[in-house]
Design a protein around this ligand. Structure first.
Ligand code: NI
Length: 151
């Protein structure tokens, strides 16, 4: 069994805030990421698919096919954008790394034909990383594999 990973980096602005809270309360919850004017991050996005090698091709999946799907479905829509305002599939959520990873999974999974999506990891360049393993319960050995996932 193989874990095949494709990573991209994008730059975007966001603000973490709960609409019902004051600026002070949001700062207490989210710290500097609650800055009312927003701020930017250089994000890392890693997509991992799980599978066996096809003996005919020597691949689980073609890296460039996965790359193209990530570029089309996510990168082109988030790079150099304001995540709170500009991205349809991020509306109605607080754009934390966790929420972004889950939404990216939901956007990407229907397009990964023939691949079993294993994880979607979103990292802010300061080393804060969130990995989403999908909506279903995860076997302990897969949790170990995910823990070994790093950007
Ligand atoms: Ni932030």
């Amino acid at each position: 069994m193989f874990l095949v990973k494709v990573s991209v980096t994008f730059s975007a602005a966001h603000r973490l805030c709960q609409p019902g809270l004051s600026d002070e309360e949001n700062f207490a919850l989210y710290g500097k990421c609650s800055n009312p004017s927003g701020h930017g991050h250089n994000y890392d996005l890693e997509v991992a698919v799980l599978g066996e090698v096809d003996p005919a091709t020597g691949m689980v999946a073609n890296f460039y096919d996965i790359q193209r799907i990530i570029d089309r479905e996510v990168f082109d829509k988030v790079d150099h954008k304001n995540l709170n305002v500009d991205v349809d599939f991020l509306q109605g959520i607080v754009p934390t790394a966790e929420n972004m990873a889950r939404r990216f999974w939901e956007v990407l999974e229907p397009h990964l034909n023939g691949c079993r999506l294993f994880s979607v990891t979103v990292g802010e360049r300061n080393g804060n990383v969130a990995t989403y393993l999908g909506p279903r319960p995860v076997a302990p050995e897969l949790l170990l594999a995910a823990a070994a996932t790093r950007l």
